[in-house]
Design a protein around this ligand. Structure first.
Ligand code: CP
Length: 317
């Protein structure tokens, strides 16, 4: 595997899941692979889980790990080509990226949607520049339109907890005070479309995701109807994904907050969320603290998904 930005990069999901469960039994099984290899993690945005789980995955594989927070101590970076750099940005990304590539063997990048220009976000201009100019295998630690390490961890979690061979998985929009990117719901949809599940997406009108990610999912605007018989409920907020309101919040209806009212019509569903989560906006205290809440096992599986991905990238060197 030369890069990891989407579900296609991981190939056959059954094989990837088997590898994940093998690593889950022994996190250090492939420790020899990373000897004298350096992992660089570049963050343009904040993180708790991705930072820690990906560092841990690098250590599991015997790698040296360097973390760079672009906004804390690095030069302020210009990202547009052709700009006269007479402002506060001291370095251009087109020099910074190959320099970073000089110091490592693999590069992970976190660079969220900026909501300035939808085409730039959906063309993944920052991530693509790392792929083109670093000279190293690159993996996404959540980019503008996808968060594949999260979705792989979510898939591992569903595989571990499913009670039927083909569970019903419902991804539900939920309210949030601020505009959030579509990366997590896009990726989750992409991975669920590739997995053997009955997948339903529910959201208020106006929050339609890009059809490229919706794929064959059933879209149901009535949240209660969508939740009927669900085995897994995956809650997430996202901002408007298309059209003139791209990146905006047009609905804060707390009737969409996942509570025991909606969970009552499910098939005793498990509750999932990628975290961080705003309690009593996205989900009530009662649901997230219930025995059916999988938010901590999901976060734990971030170490597993990252270890599988780094292992495969190391094997390609
Ligand atoms: N789920 C997730 O990616 O968490 P962080 O933003 O804390 O890394």
């Amino acid at each position: 595997m030369k890069k990891f930005t989407c579900v296609q990069d991981i190939g056959d999901l059954h094989t990837a899941l088997q590898e994940a469960f093998e690593i889950k039994k022994d996190h250090f099984k492939y420790q020899h692979l990373g000897h004298n290899k350096t992992l660089m993690l570049v963050f343009f945005n904040s993180s708790l889980r991705t930072r820690l789980s990906t560092q841990k995955a690098g250590l599991n594989l015997g790698m040296n790990v360097i973390v760079l927070d672009i906004n804390q101590g690095a030069w302020k970076l210009e990202t547009e080509r052709g700009v006269i750099m007479d402002g506060d940005k001291s370095e251009h990304l087109l020099e910074a990226i190959p320099v970073m590539g000089c110091y490592c063997d693999l590069i992970g990048v976190r660079s969220f949607a900026r909501f300035e220009n939808r085409d730039d976000d959906y063309n993944e201009v920052i991530l693509q520049q790392f792929i083109q100019h670093s000279g190293r295998p690159v993996f996404s630690m959540e980019a503008a339109t996808g968060h594949p390490l999260q979705s792989f961890a979510d898939l591992i979690t569903i595989e571990e907890y499913k009670r039927t061979p083909r569970p019903k998985v419902v991804m539900s929009w939920a309210p949030h005070p601020k505009a959030l990117p579509q990366a997590v719901p896009n990726s989750f949809a992409e991975w669920m479309n590739a997995a053997d599940v009955d997948f339903v997406i529910t959201h208020p009108e106006g929050y339609e995701l890009d059809p490229k990610f919706v794929g064959n999912a059933r879209v149901e605007y009535d949240q209660m109807k969508a939740f009927e018989g669900a085995d897994f409920v995956y809650a997430k907020n996202w901002s408007v994904a298309q059209g003139e309101n791209y990146g905006k919040v047009i609905n804060k209806d707390r009737n969409w907050t996942v509570s025991s009212r909606q969970m009552a019509v499910t098939n005793n569903a498990f509750f999932m969320h990628c975290l961080p989560v705003r309690r009593n906006m996205i989900v009530t205290d009662e649901v997230i603290e219930s025995p059916n809440s999988l938010v901590i096992p999901e976060a734990a599986n971030r170490e597993i998904s990252a270890t599988v991905v780094l292992k495969r990238l190391l094997e390609s060197l």
